[in-house]
Design a protein around this ligand. Structure first.
Ligand SMILES: [Fe+2]
Length: 248
């Protein structure tokens, strides 16, 4: 896909050297968008457009002054208005490249549009927003929530998923959001949990269909003691245990 688009390679290398954080974010959005697109049974061509749109979606940020681009605090209204120009600036930057699809360009232009019309730059709503941008807008918002920023710490996945859930049907396409909530685990592998029975555990496996009830390994028992053997608990099949708190 990228090899067919030399302009894309150049823009991505530009972005990597320009702002590594935006580059990393774009790669994360690309992976999430393709996984979500596959869950929505999108054909291969649409998945390619999703990937391309995701990699390039914040390209317009390169034209913003660094304090606004890096978003190091609360922006003034004038600064926020400038920040909001980045989807259109990115779209304009790509406009002259005929071999970048209209779908990928729509992703770039519309990734901050929101389902209820509260987004920008055109305040589009519902299915007037291109499906790729409805997918992209959601995964962009999710990755933003779980990423550290200069002015705020990242949310844990279960907290970010709660924000997405709360925005379902309002900010995000309900069908797209429902699929997202079915494929992203609130407690990914490595999460540390406190169980209602007092054990501190670490998530070691998440099975499809049981995202909120992973298989965990006991780190310390209810008395705070480290077990002398490996103790696994399948939260999906053992009703004695429930998650009390997410520790990290
Ligand atoms: Fe953006």
């Amino acid at each position: 896909m990228i090899s067919e688009n030399p302009e894309v390679s150049i823009r991505l290398v530009d972005l990597k050297s320009f702002d590594d954080r935006i580059f990393q974010h774009s790669v994360s959005v690309c992976i999430l968008a393709v996984v979500l697109g596959k869950s929505l049974k999108q054909p291969l061509k649409n998945l390619e457009d999703l990937a391309l749109g995701a990699l390039l979606h914040d390209l317009g940020m390169m034209l913003l002054p660094p304090p606004i681009r890096k978003n190091q605090g609360k922006l003034t209204l004038a600064e926020m208005n400038l920040f909001k120009t980045h989807p259109r600036e990115g779209f304009n930057l790509l406009g002259r490249f005929a071999n970048i699809s209209a779908q990928a360009k729509a992703f770039v232009l519309q990734h901050h549009e929101r389902y209820n019309g509260s987004g920008y730059p055109k305040e589009l709503s519902g299915i007037d927003i291109h499906l790729g941008a409805r997918i992209g807008g959601l995964v962009d918002a999710y990755d933003d929530l779980v990423s550290d920023h200069p002015h705020r710490s990242r949310l844990l996945p279960h907290q970010a998923l709660a924000v997405i859930k709360e925005g379902t049907g309002r900010l995000f396409d309900p069908d797209v959001a429902a699929h997202f909530l079915r494929i992203v685990s609130p407690y990914p592998i490595g999460s540390r949990l406190l169980l209602s029975s007092g054990e501190e555990v670490s998530v070691i496996r998440v099975a499809a269909g049981f995202l909120a009830s992973p298989i965990v390994q006991v780190v310390s028992d209810a008395k705070g003691l480290k077990p002398d053997r490996t103790v696994l608990i399948d939260l999906a099949s053992d009703p004695r245990f429930r998650i009390e708190k997410v520790l990290g």
